[in-house]
Design a protein around this ligand. Structure first.
Ligand code: PLP
Length: 377
């Protein structure tokens, strides 16, 4: 079976722009004409829309998703001597912010079915220094929030949701980001709700926390030029806010398209010796990435590449095995599920505007790979 070669990228941000171009251009023009480029009404309106979308009282725009996490932990008073529990199978920023504040990340292994932190292993990692748990809703699937919140309650810990990959996903019908002490989102262009540059936001129901983050993001000042804290320069640009406000209207539709495409992959690949994404009951995933796992990972990536298909590895090195964390003392095999996932997973192309033809082509090339191996289940 030879198929005509075509190029399939992992994602295509320009396809989405083409669909909403007039609205985005208008939003940009509105900001440019207004003379309000930092803070102001465009940021405020978008914050309100995000709080409403997530079902929280407050939303505070910041410069990026990393800062959303950093300012939240800082506002919660986390610093030297403290420990924060998080997943080792995530983007580096999740742990980086903990270290940046002088605290120590404590890594708890993942559930191999969902790639999310395994709540059964949480309690053993809690010490008198533990201040918070940071679940990461990885690839757009909610973590086990009931179990995590119950443990956090018992030990009096904050729960800071790293929801950077999961906007719009739900857990027992509630929006991710609204379940813990605070939820942190990124608007990095490749995220499900992506800006045209950097951006981030914190959502919370906690008024004191919201106020503190609002002060921290403007150099710890309130009012201007009166400084009560050492803060940051970490604001969401008015331009990004205005463009994101346009895109927020479409996020549910785009997430639905992602889910439909994920189901199509699931159906077409289910008889192959692959581990496919598993979504637990009572939650709706938003497939930031479509992740599969195979012992032939690198070979499959090569085969797809030869046929013009891009893939990605998220993430090749789990955080407890990063060079910068070698002093934390996690040896190889210490968090075995995250190490297996790092060695065996890859992302197939998936984005809302992906064409059926492209997806069928990807499916046929993946099938061809396993058929050549004589492997079917
Ligand atoms: C993208 C991402 C971040 C960081 O967001 P930025 O906007 O790039 O700073 C943090 N955590 C996770 C899980 C992410 O995917």
């Amino acid at each position: 079976m030879t198929k005509t070669m075509r190029k399939v990228s992992l994602l295509d941000l320009t396809a989405q722009y083409q669909d909403i171009k007039p609205e985005i251009k208008q939003a940009v023009d509105n900001v440019l004409e207004s003379g309000n480029y930092i803070m102001g009404p465009f940021v405020k309106n978008f914050e309100q829309a995000m709080a409403e979308y997530c079902g929280t009282k407050y939303a505070i725009g910041v410069a990026n998703g990393t800062d959303a996490l950093l300012l939240t932990l800082d506002a919660l008073g986390i610093g030297p001597g403290d420990e924060v529990i998080t997943s080792p199978f995530t983007f580096f920023a999740s742990a980086e912010v903990i270290s940046r504040l002088g605290a120590t990340p404590v890594f708890v292994d993942i559930d191999p079915d969902t790639y999310n932190i395994d709540p059964a292993k949480l309690t053993a990692a809690i010490t008198p220094r533990t201040k918070a748990i940071m679940p990461v809703h990885i690839f757009g699937q909610p973590a086990d929030m009931d179990e995590i919140l119950a443990i956090a309650n018992e030990y009096n810990l904050f729960v800071v949701e790293d929801a950077c990959q999961a906007i719009g996903s739900t857990y027992n019908g509630k929006n991710i980001g609204s379940l813990g002490t605070a939820g942190c989102f990124s608007f990095f262009p490749t995220k499900n709700l992506g800006g045209y540059g950097d951006g981030g936001i914190v959502v919370t129901n906690n008024e004191e926390l919201a106020r503190k983050i609002q002060i921290l993001r403007v150099h710890g000042s309130n009012p201007k030029y009166y400084h009560s804290m050492i803060g940051y320069n970490s604001r969401l640009d008015a331009l990004q806010a205005a463009m994101l406000q346009v895109k927020l209207k479409y996020i549910d539709q785009w997430n639905r398209q992602r889910r439909e495409k994920a189901m199509m992959y699931n159906n077409a690949l289910k008889d192959l010796p692959l581990k496919l994404p598993y979504v637990k009951p009572n939650r709706e995933a938003v497939f930031h990435l479509y992740i599969i796992q195979t012992k032939y990972r690198d070979e499959l990536i090569g085969h797809l590449q030869q046929h013009g298909i891009a893939t990605g590895v998220y993430y090749p090195v789990p955080l407890h095995r990063q060079e910068v964390y070698k002093d934390l003392g996690y040896v190889a095999g210490s968090l075995v599920e995250s190490e297996k996932a790092a060695a065996g997973t890859l992302a197939l192309p998936l984005y809302p505007e992906m064409t059926i033809d492209d997806q069928e082509y990807v499916i046929s090339i993946v099938r061809e790979f396993f058929e050549a191996k004589g492997e079917r289940v």
